[in-house]
Write a protein that binds this ligand. Structure first.
Ligand code: BDR
Ligand code: CA
Length: 309
């Protein structure tokens, strides 16, 4: 059993990652979920998290976190995830209790109380996690590692070089990569290979309630992905959860990875020391390949499992 804390900004792919984790609570003990402003404002992503958790009648503690990055202002766009940050399904604005509006304190309390080191699953900009590490350095011993979706060592998606989560808060990302904690990086190198096909999306439509919810999410997400040239839909954030469940569907390489925080063309770029030109220790397992069929199947089966509950 792996104890985990999930930090997220739902987000279609965040939602699917959360659902998959919830379906696998025999393998993952979800100690809590925290939100971070990213795909949309903090208010919207927190409501989206509430909607998902209420839909599956979860009792996982939810806490909201930082509204935006450490230094700059958050400027969410509607492009990828729509106005709500999770467009597609209709939600009446579900009520779900917030145990705290201070994610950093909440995370610290959970770590302190944990009987074994906890894996942090980070699916949005790394602001909450950087603040946690800076505020409570003594708690790093209670963290087993960080499985994160962010970056990409070959290209970006917001700029030519920077991926969304690392672009939104590069300072926070740099703090996390330099924390000394083991990092598993699901960056664009692998997440753009972690696709679900349109035919697989359409099959979800006629299954149970949770599969149908995923259909509505994916239907919107698939259409918005087409504007970026995607034929199939990469479920970026799910990689960070899938790796914990079935690591052998992935392959990757250990590198020293850091993040560019200077202004300019490369702000937010994650770069890997492939030629060992720095004397820095390798800090990150950069995932590079995934078995697409197994990945899609993991999601489809997780949804089917939740349908049965
Ligand atoms: C990342 O950005 C967000 O839009 C997704 O939820 C994912 O975390 C992909 O670049
Ligand atoms: Ca996300």
């Amino acid at each position: 059993m792996i104890p985990i804390l999930i930090d997220c900004d739902p987000g279609h792919d965040d939602a699917l990652a959360i659902l998959t984790a919830i379906a696998h609570q025999e393998q993952l003990e979800i100690l809590g979920i925290t939100t971070i402003g990213g795909n949309q404002t903090l208010e919207k992503v927190t409501q989206n998290a509430k909607n998902i958790l209420a839909f599956v009648k979860s009792e996982i503690p939810l806490a909201s976190g930082q509204g935006g990055p450490l230094i700059k202002k958050l400027e969410p766009t509607d492009e990828a995830h729509g106005k709500s940050g999770m467009d597609g399904p209709y939600f009446a604005g579900e009520d779900y209790p917030l145990v705290s509006d201070n994610a950093v304190t909440f995370l610290a309390e959970q770590l302190l109380a944990a009987s074994q080191p906890v894996m942090i699953v980070a699916l949005g900009p790394l602001t909450n996690i950087a603040l946690l590490l800076k505020t409570y350095p003594e708690l790093t011993t209670k963290i087993a590692g960080i499985s994160l979706m962010g970056g990409g060592i070959s290209h970006g998606n917001v700029t030519a070089l920077a991926e969304f989560n690392s672009y939104v808060d590069p300072e926070a990302a740099s703090i996390v990569f330099n924390s000394g904690l083991p990092i598993i990086m699901s960056g664009l190198d692998v997440t753009e290979k972690a696709e679900i096909l349109l035919s697989e999306i359409n099959e979800l439509q006629h299954k149970g309630p949770v599969s149908h919810l995923a259909y509505e999410l994916l239907h919107f997400y698939h259409q918005s992905g087409q504007q970026f040239g995607f034929i199939n839909s990469p479920i970026h954030d799910l990689c960070a959860v899938a790796y914990l469940l079935e690591p052998d569907m992935f392959s990757g390489t250990y590198y020293f990875v850091d993040v560019e925080t200077n202004e300019g063309l490369s702000r937010g770029q994650t770069f890997a020391d492939k030629r060992l030109v720095t004397d820095k220790e390798k800090n990150t397992l950069v995932l590079e390949t995934v078995c697409r069929e197994r990945f899609a199947n993991l999601l489809i089966q997780a949804l089917a499992k939740l349908d049965e509950r």
